[in-house]
Design a protein. Structure first.
Length: 192
């Protein structure tokens, strides 16, 4: 830490990790989500790995370690098929890897939102079958040869417009309400 409270790792122009290895880890995390090869998660992230964007995901994705990455990948793959990340650039600064990417996919399943503290279903966006391409920037902190933290900024509004979730049409709102009822019942049944 510096005197002003910022991390000296962020201020260092010199990589604190091997840039080639850091880029390999970053690209591998995208491949895990694309392919669903969840066995690779154990080598990709640390036991304490945390995804700071998992607040809307199932509780398992909000946990730590490889299981959290696997839960995020499974959650995304339930909602989206044909997932492909077009990686424009990866930069390594200090102990951070930063990736500029475009996520391409088809909304082939329901996107189930779990943003209640207990992980219960709060909203469901039914599948529309539409494709999208959404720009994203991802940050990864590398520690001991694995990814320890993930954060991102995504164009979720653009994605929602492309797949037809917004502006909502009356028939789609009815589908959302019915899908939410189904998912809440399934969630309650799993908790028993």
């Amino acid at each position: 830490m510096t005197g002003d409270g910022t991390s000296s790792a962020l201020l260092s122009a010199e990589p604190l990790v091997d840039p080639v290895e850091a880029e390999r880890l970053v690209r591998e995390q995208f491949r895990i989500i694309e392919t669903g090869d969840l066995e690779r998660a154990a080598a990709n992230v640390t036991p304490g790995y945390v995804n700071h964007r998992a607040i809307h995901e199932p509780l398992a994705a909000r946990a730590r370690g490889p299981e959290a990455l696997a839960a995020t990948a499974s959650w995304l793959r339930r909602a989206f098929s044909d997932i492909r990340f077009e990686i424009d650039a990866v930069a390594v600064v200090g102990d951070r890897g930063v990736a500029w990417a475009t996520m391409h996919a088809t909304n082939s399943g329901p996107l189930v939102v779990h943003d209640a503290p207990d992980g219960s279903v709060t909203q469901v966006f039914p599948a529309t079958g539409r494709q999208f391409a959404a720009r994203q920037v991802h940050w990864f902190r590398i520690e001991n040869g694995a990814i320890a933290e993930h954060d991102a900024v995504r164009d979720d509004l653009g994605m929602a417009q492309q797949v037809g979730w917004i502006p909502p049409r009356p028939a789609f709102v009815v589908r959302m309400l019915l899908a939410r009822r189904r998912e809440r019942r399934a969630f309650a049944h799993r908790r028993r």
